[in-house]
Design a protein around this ligand. Sequence first.
Ligand code: FES
Length: 68
Amino acid sequence: MVDRCVCYNRLFSDIQQLMVHSNIKTFEELKKYITFGENCKLCIPYVELMIQTGKTEFEPIQIGGDVG
Ligand code: FES
């Protein structure tokens, strides 16, 4: 499961808590508060999903092509 921004070691659950505590509603606001998603950027779609769905753990998103 994908549950964090690996590059900055930020758990999505921690990011979500911050959003609740600081009344952050959007991805853009969130980026002003903390640094994440600026290295490989692979976590960005998950953070967007987290904001939309409230979930903090995700199955890896397939980006084109088959795996296995
Ligand atoms: S996992 Fe978030 S920038 Fe790489």
